[in-house]
Design a protein around this ligand. Structure first.
Ligand SMILES: NC(=O)c1ccc[n+]([C@@H]2O[C@H](COP(=O)([O-])OP(=O)(O)OC[C@H]3O[C@@H](n4cnc5c(N)ncnc54)[C@H](O)[C@@H]3O)[C@@H](O)[C@H]2O)c1
Ligand SMILES: [Zn+2]
Ligand SMILES: [Zn+2]
Length: 376
């Protein structure tokens, strides 16, 4: 490619400081270094974790940055040592590295890598040194990806090669929200056929959890959200019952216990709110219920009465749905191509990258499920 080895000047959405809209700027994207790959981003969606970084965590050390981590693109060039990718490959960047060799990568019990991103860090930055600069300043690469840009550079450990026939403006969703929710139900909760489930929060992550519960054979899936506009969509993914906590004077866990003779078998929290995490735990049946925390927050602690677990409940967390991104993403793309996984139904809006602030606003106001931004 004519651009290989050269700095690429292109458009990106730079978040200069917390709490402010992002700015479309011309940035310089350096050529990939050893073990790195430069990608032309074709489509990228907005996930709540982007909003969290910009408007909720307000962690000053995490700026300036280019947000975005749910995307698909085409390899433009590769750095020394990269043998797995060649220019023209269709790829999905992954915010969880996989070196493929460490104790974690070799274990089926986790999708994390010892060389990777440390989940307890307040800023979701991968160990990649940024390759993006703007106006002479280094711009941090959010989640090691930074996909709100026409080009980005990622480590080859954070990249999955996918079917060249896959439509990038659809399969970009596999890069975060869909794997996260679907896997939380299937891999982490391990929902069983005939069971009763409750999903709290019906954004793309929660709806994908509903889809996962349904795929696992749950007979009843209770969809819980304070925005009743989300219920119609939840039906499409297999929800059978709908609860708006605002319609009830008693705690939602009590409402669910009454509906299910003592509590659901599995509950999944897909909001990122510690009170909801506790409600979700309390909504599952004391004797054997499994509750999974999927929503993201580093702002507050949560607490429970020990007896709530002693009685037999299990409380778990799930990062990227327990999927080993690099290995499992191609299979999720195949499942979509084989019509075994829904993606189109999550996309409520299609905009251009320079309309990213509109996409952020749509999510903030609960008007979208996923907005896909394309670069050309
Ligand atoms: N664990 C992971 O790997 C991972 C990956 C991606 C996203 N996330 C997190 O998952 C969460 C959901 O992401 P999303 O993109 O679907 O967000 P979203 O904003 O599209 O959806 C959140 C939903 O929660 C609902 N909600 C808000 N308060 C509620 C309450 N008190 N009770 C019930 N519902 C409530 C909202 O109305 C909305 O429908 C976020 O916290 C995000 O950061 C986690
Ligand atoms: Zn995400
Ligand atoms: Zn590893």
């Amino acid at each position: 490619m004519a651009t290989a080895g050269k700095v690429i000047k292109c458009k990106a959405a730079v978040a200069w400081e917390p709490g402010k809209p992002v700015a479309i700027e011309e940035v310089e994207v350096a050529p990939p270094q050893e073990n790195e790959v430069r990608i032309k981003i074709i489509a990228t969606a907005v996930c709540h974790t982007d909003l969290y970084h910009l408007f909720e965590s307000m962690h000053k050390d995490g700026f300036p940055t280019v947000l975005g981590h749910e995307a698909a693109g085409i390899v433009e060039s590769v750095g020394p040592g990269v043998t797995e990718f060649t220019p023209g490959d269709k790829v999905i960047p992954v915010f969880l590295h996989q070196c493929g060799k460490c104790r974690f990568c070799l274990s089926p019990k986790t999708n994390q890598c010892q060389k990777a991103w440390d989940v307890v860090r307040p800023i979701t930055m991968a160990p990649l040194e940024s390759r993006i600069t703007c106006k002479g300043k280094k711009i941090l690469q959010f989640a090691g990806t930074s996909t709100f840009s026409e080009y980005t550079v990622v480590n080859h450990m954070s990249l999955a090669k996918i079917d060249p026939a896959a439509p990038l403006d659809k399969v970009c969703l596999i890069g975060c929200g869909i794997c996260t929710g679907y896997g939380a139900a299937v891999n982490t909760a391990k929902v069983e056929p005939g069971s009763t489930c409750a999903v709290f929060g019906l954004g793309a992550v929660g709806l994908a959890a509903v889809m996962g519960c349904s795929a696992a054979g749950a007979k009843r899936i209770i969809a819980v959200d304070i925005n009743p506009d989300k219920f119609e969509k939840a039906k499409v993914f297999g929800a059978t019952d709908f609860v708006n906590p605002k319609d009830h004077s008693e705690p939602v866990s009590k409402v669910l216990a009454e509906m299910t003779d003592g509590g659901v078998d599995y509950s999944l929290e897909c909001v990122g709110n510690v009170e909801v995490m506790r409600s979700a735990l309390e909504s599952c049946v004391g004797a054997w219920g499994v509750s999974v925390i999927v929503g993201w927050t580093t702002l507050k602690d949560t607490s429970i009465q020990p007896v709530q677990l002693i009685s037999g409940r299990t409380w778990k967390g799930s990062l990227f749905g327990g999927f080993k991104g690099k290995v499992d993403i191609p299979g999720m793309v195949k499942a979509y191509m084989d019509k075994k996984l829904k993606l189109d139904e999550f996309i409520t809006h299609n905009l251009k990258l320079d309309q990213v602030n509109d996409a952020i606003e749509l999510m903030k106001t609960g008007k979208c499920i996923r907005t896909v931004l394309t670069t050309s």
